[in-house]
Design a protein around this ligand. Structure first.
Ligand SMILES: NC(=O)c1ccc[n+]([C@@H]2O[C@H](COP(=O)([O-])OP(=O)(O)OC[C@H]3O[C@@H](n4cnc5c(N)ncnc54)[C@H](O)[C@@H]3O)[C@@H](O)[C@H]2O)c1
Length: 362
């Protein structure tokens, strides 16, 4: 498969150009671009440049605000409730995570929730901000309903991601960043486009039965929670999705569960709920970083079941992807994605994405 390489700086500026062309405030466009570039850099292409047209459309159709700043509605030394003012998700996310970190520096913990937000990209972007201050970070968001609860047949939960980041020694860290559905919807769509069946345990049909047919999942069925069906512990993923919802929609007084608008249907504002937490390990037992490093080493140094596949810790696959990008000198994109984005750019009258002259086969 041939891919072209684009430098991080070029992707960043292209997204800023496109968002600027529809009137987004420069620092809001920068915040969005940083989150999307980070998504691609970490290998989560489903939450990077690929999604830019969705944000452009949200601003163009005025379903999302391009001006203003989030507002603190209620505050205590350790907590805050924020009104995201229907701004771009990364603008709300950065505001809340910065506030949580500030509080954790002052009182040991900061727990901030927001209503009135929008899609914020990869959850890990926000939890990882806490690592810069040697703190534990957490971030959660609710999303449009795509997941069917165990024993159910209707989608009433989003793919509600969880991210927890914790600093170890010498810049090392644990970064768990995961959806609470077994897989992302995009993976089911991709199999459908290719005419392939899907593995058992990804999604169910309109009757709530697991199915290998992606069409049945996409037309009236839904994704299943992490764990798959009840016999394989799907109810635990279902419970985690509910936990995210209670930290987000319920705690923040945002939309929740099936009341959130349908995925990709922008007939009304999203009013997503999000939650951002920072914890200062200094307020607990000393030696946190050393023990974190030891915990990571215990797993990574295990003898693997298959010698070609070493045991990893959460955050390692993304670290390997970033290293690969550094070695290549940019982020590898499929040519179709670049062409599609350049068509979007052309419609907006901005200069195109310029790939480097390296074409690579992956
Ligand atoms: N904003 C939203 O609405 C939304 C919704 C869903 C997902 N997302 C984002 O999508 C991205 C992808 O989510 P996902 O669930 O598909 O991620 P994933 O399944 O690729 O990875 C999940 C986690 O598992 C870890 N991991 C992967 N392989 C591992 C291994 N062999 N050993 C140990 N750990 C391993 C990863 O480091 C990561 O922390 C995330 O960044 C998430 O925040 C966003």
């Amino acid at each position: 498969m041939s891919r072209c390489l684009i430098t991080k700086a070029e992707v960043q500026l292209f997204i800023e150009r496109c968002m600027g062309a529809v009137g987004t405030k420069p620092h809001h466009a920068r915040s969005l671009a940083e989150v999307l570039v980070e998504g691609d850099h970490r290998g989560h292409y489903s939450h990077g440049l690929n999604r830019m047209d969705m944000y452009v459309k949200d601003i163009q159709t005025k379903i999302c605000e391009k001006d203003g700043e989030p507002v603190i509605e209620k505050e205590s030394p350790a907590t805050a409730l924020v009104d995201g003012k229907n701004l771009l998700g990364p603008v709300v996310g950065n505001f809340c995570m910065d506030l949580a970190i500030k509080k954790a520096k002052e009182v040991g913990i900061g727990w901030v929730v927001a209503h009135g937000s929008n899609h914020y990209g990869i959850a890990g972007y926000y939890s990882m901000q806490a690592l810069k201050s040697n703190m534990i970070g957490m971030s959660f968001t609710n999303t449009s309903p795509l997941v069917v609860p165990t024993r159910g047949k209707e989608c009433t939960l989003g793919t509600n991601p969880i991210s927890v980041a914790a600093p170890a020694r010498d810049g090392d860290s644990f970064v768990l960043d995961m959806a609470t559905s077994a897989v992302a919807l995009g993976k089911v769509e991709l199999h459908d486009r290719r005419g392939d069946s899907i593995p058992e345990g990804w999604g169910c049909d309109a009757q709530g039965k697991l199915t290998p047919d992606p069409k049945k999942v996409l037309n009236g069925g839904g994704l299943v929670p992490i764990g798959g069906c009840e016999a394989t512990g799907g109810y635990k993923g279902y419970g985690l999705g509910m936990m995210v919802e209670l930290f987000c929609g319920i705690l923040a007084g945002a939309q929740y569960s099936k009341h959130i608008r349908t995925w990709k249907v922008t007939d009304r504002i999203a009013n997503l709920g999000q939650c951002f937490v920072a914890i200062n390990p200094e307020n607990f037992a000393s030696g946190f970083n050393d023990r974190m490093s030891d915990l990571l080493s215990i797993q990574r140094e295990l003898e693997p079941a298959d010698s070609e596949h070493p045991v990893l810790a959460a955050g390692d696959p993304e670290r390997m992807n970033m290293k690969k990008c550094e070695e290549l000198g940019g982020i590898p994109y499929h040519i179709n994605v670049v062409n599609f984005m350049n068509e979007c750019g052309q419609r907006l009258g901005v200069n195109p994405l310029l790939p480097t002259d390296k074409v690579i086969s992956l």
